[in-house]
Design a protein around this ligand. Structure first.
Ligand SMILES: Cc1ncc(C[n+]2csc(CCOP(=O)(O)OP(=O)(O)O)c2C)c(N)n1
Ligand SMILES: [Mg+2]
Length: 788
């Protein structure tokens, strides 16, 4: 008995600390936003913004999580608009500086949305584009299983829980449901999604009874759904005479009305409840026992604002089954615009903030003081913060992982006719056969296009990953097939359904495995090139987080020909150039691809490295008979080389990329008859060339004697004023800039329309990227020259 009593007093003490912290966190988040908007000098007059209401709805939940529930190995995606709450929490832990809070949303300050790469207080998972952080937690849980089952982590490492704090409107994003279904296929575990069910989005109050639909969706895919609806005050009220009717009234109350009454306050609740339930025995007494203020407290005492209810729910989870918590909250809880439908971007004005400051008991001048005005034993609270599970563990949440040693070269040699897609598959197949460390750390993944993007060979070697062993029924039934499809925990390919968002979130999770779980993986994903656009936001998101992976977009362009039509890609070379953290290549030949892939596996592991995008093709090209040497290798990796060097007086050169090597070659042969000095430039990476050229220009604008960029070195061999005819199976803008590098004239060819099947020749002619089109353009260039 005595023991229970002492346990109770420990719990009471903890609750007192948590409630004090919850108030402080709400205060700090509101003040951070207020300071940024009202007190900090703005030099450009633009709105700063911030979301005080979105923060307020998760203050209790996030306090409970960080100061009691989270363990060091858990990883969290915080809903984007709760960034100030996250930073306030880290400030109290001593992980965030006061200056960064003061500089919230300013250059160098705490970020508008939690950012893994730009914030300094160890954000686990970036958020901002709603829905993506949520999805990423699911794929991270698969990766955690992968590295643990492959024994790539320390044996004593306990699995963490991958946790998303989800705004209820995030559930409108399709990618969340795409992830849910994929998660079901992979039998995910150690996953918690905590829905901040404030029933408000940006513009409006969300539909009634949405929770029932959410519950059904999640239960359909095997999740445990926990609904946290009534706080302790409400539960006590329900025990009184009339309490059942009150509960029923709350349950039946439309969301919009509940929000409106919350905004209006106690008198409005009283009037409405008297009107609706005045005849119910006990209700008048219940209302009579409450002042307007305490009635407001009672009616807004939803479980999401009740520390004990939140703790009870989170602590009672005793399995690794994925959990969805639907947590009733009020947007703007405790702030003057609580419940108002327009409160999303609402900011307290100066007067409201002064009232709020008084109500929070924060002395003037102490606004940033972490422990001021808390009415609690400060020493005890400091000790409590130091002792919570989140504060334990290693100094950094970013774990170290060793680099994977790479071979000096990949032993692949192509001859005859081969496409880059074919070569890609063979290179991986060879790696799959080898026992190298590199092969051990490669994980492939593909959204239902594994076989058609030539990953089949690798999969036959390495098998498919699944937590439970599953035999290949076709194999055991002795049905002949090229493709083995057995699954086991040792497999090194993760097969996904068609959703491209899931591919990129999977690559993001795999590509963060080193810092997240302490085990570096080298992920390789394949996708049909046009469908990069389908998952583009998730691809950009993956790169923004500095996840490291290799992506093969194949087949690409109109070259897919008869199979093409709607499967043709045009703008992907520009996406490759325009996505930070992603270096893109479009090789023509297998030996180029071999060098690029090996370099890529290294680049994925460099501190300042990044991810790789290979734009590949199914078109077979006759492979050049040549030996690789250092000069050629460096040129390929730097983005271009002269296949035919122009002579000093050349009036013209042709530059090509990827699958159009043969057209460019045929054109140059014809041109040489009239212009023997003409050159042929092979471009393997417009992206690398452009980035290096811009960096060089930028350095030159600041300092003297900067060596020329690679493309400058190459193009200086062509006299100024010469014509550069460029051609690629993609948007012409990817190469048209080349002519401006050292003052040539640009004659760009490329594809700017799509959607029609045909044979290669027909399509090339139609899109004017065939040999004839190159010759016509060269003729025009010569004509222009004579007229100048
Ligand atoms: C992909 C994407 N679309 C639109 C937005 C703009 N936006 C930011 S918050 C928001 C509504 C968020 O509502 P909810 O998730 O319920 O969060 P709450 O503020 O209510 O906590 C919208 C539409 C965004 N950030 N990302
Ligand atoms: Mg909401």
């Amino acid at each position: 008995m005595a023991r229970t009593k002492s346990q109770a007093s420990v719990r009471d003490q903890k609750l007192a600390y948590l409630k004090a912290l919850e108030r402080k966190i709400l205060w700090l988040s509101s003040w951070t936003i207020h300071n940024a908007n009202h007190l900090r000098k703005s030099c450009d007059g633009l709105k700063v913004g911030g979301h005080q209401a979105s923060c307020a709805s998760v203050a209790t939940l996030m306090t409970a999580l960080y100061f009691d529930v989270l363990r060091p190995q858990d990883r969290v995606a915080v809903k984007p608009h709760a960034s100030p709450i996250f930073h306030a929490i880290q400030y109290l832990f001593g992980n965030q500086s006061c200056n960064k809070l003061k500089q919230f949303r300013a250059l160098g300050g705490a970020q508008a949305y939690p950012s893994r790469t730009k914030d300094s207080d160890e954000v686990d998972i970036s958020t901002g584009s709603v829905g993506l952080g949520v999805g990423l937690t699911l794929f991270s849980s698969i990766v955690q299983d992968y590295v643990q089952l492959h024994k790539l982590t320390k044996q004593e490492d306990q699995p963490g829980r991958m946790i998303a704090i989800v705004g209820d409107a995030e559930l409108d994003e399709g990618n969340v449901f795409e992830a849910l279904l994929e998660g079901w296929k992979h039998d995910v575990r150690n996953l918690w999604w905590m829905i901040d069910y404030n029933r408000q989005s940006l513009d409006r109050v969300v539909s009634d009874k949405l929770f029932q639909k959410i519950k059904d969706f999640f239960e359909a895919v095997g999740w445990q759904v926990v609904i946290l609806k009534y706080g302790n005050l409400q539960q006590a009220a329900f025990q009184r005479p009339g309490g059942d009717a009150l509960r029923q009234w709350i349950d039946d109350c439309p969301n919009e009305l509940y929000c409106a009454l919350t905004f209006k306050g106690g008198a409005a609740w009283r009037e409405r409840l008297l009107g609706d339930l005045g005849n119910v025995s006990g209700i008048r007494e219940l209302l009579g026992d409450h002042s307007n203020n305490s009635l407001q407290d009672l009616m807004t005492n939803l479980a999401g604002h009740d520390m004990e209810s939140v703790l009870d729910a989170l602590q009672s989870v005793d399995s690794d089954v994925p959990h969805c918590f639907i947590i009733y909250t009020i947007k703007g809880f405790g702030l003057p615009f609580a419940g108002h439908k327009d409160n999303h971007a609402g900011l307290m004005n100066l007067e409201q903030m002064a009232d709020f400051q008084r109500s929070m008991n924060v002395p003037q001048g102490d606004e940033w003081e972490p422990f001021s005005g808390m009415d609690i034993d400060e020493q005890g609270l400091r000790k409590f913060i130091e002792s919570v599970p989140f504060s334990q563990g290693s100094a950094s949440r970013r774990l170290d992982s060793e680099n994977v040693p790479l071979p000096v070269k990949l032993d692949f040699r192509a001859s005859g006719t081969m496409s880059t897609q074919d070569a890609f598959g063979r290179i991986l197949n060879d790696l799959g056969r080898s026992g190298s460390e590199l092969a051990k750390r490669i994980v492939t993944t593909s959204p239902d296009v594994t076989v058609s993007t030539n990953l089949g060979g690798w999969v036959n070697q390495r098998g498919i990953f699944n937590r439970a062993d599953r035999e290949d029924v076709f194999d055991s039934e002795k049905v002949v097939s090229m493709q083995k499809w057995a699954m086991s925990r040792n497999g090194q390919h993760i097969e996904l359904g068609i959703a491209e968002n899931n591919l990129f979130l999977m690559l993001a999770a795999l590509g963060l495995s080193g810092p997240m779980f302490g085990a570096r993986l080298l992920p390789v994903g394949t996708v049909y090139d046009p469908f990069i656009a389908r998952g583009l936001d998730a691809l950009i998101y993956a790169c923004y987080q500095d996840a490291r992976f290799m992506l093969a977009g194949t087949p690409s362009g109109v070259t897919l020909a008869p199979e093409g039509g709607a499967h043709q890609s045009i703008s992907t070379p520009l996406i490759g150039m325009g996505t930070p953290g992603l270096t893109s290549f479009e090789p023509a030949y297998a030996d180029e691809l071999t060098e690029i892939m090996l370099w890529g596996f290294g680049h994925m592991q460099e501190v300042n490295g990044g991810s790789i995008y290979l734009r590949l093709s199914t078109r077979g090209l006759d492979q050049p008979e040549r030996e690789m040497n250092n000069t050629l290798r460096n040129d390929i990796l730097n983005g271009a080389y002269w296949r035919r060097q122009p002579a000093a007086n050349a009036p013209l050169a042709v530059a090509y990329c990827g699958a159009l090597a043969d057209e460019a070659d045929a054109a140059i042969q014809a041109i040489l008859e009239d212009i023997p000095s003409a050159g042929l430039l092979a471009v393997t990476s417009p992206d690398r060339l452009h980035a290096n050229w811009r960096d060089t220009q930028s350095a030159r604008s600041r300092e003297q004697f900067v060596p020329p960029s690679h493309i400058e070195t190459l193009l200086r061999q062509l006299p100024p004023g010469a014509a550069l005819v460029s051609v690629l199976d993609g948007h012409p803008a990817a190469l048209s800039w080349l002519a401006s590098v050292v003052g040539h004239r640009s004659y760009p060819l490329g594809v700017s329309k799509f959607g029609e099947s045909g044979d290669v020749n027909g399509l090339y002619q139609k899109h004017r990227i065939d040999t004839g089109a190159i010759l016509d353009m060269a003729a025009l260039a010569c004509l222009d020259q004579t007229m100048i």
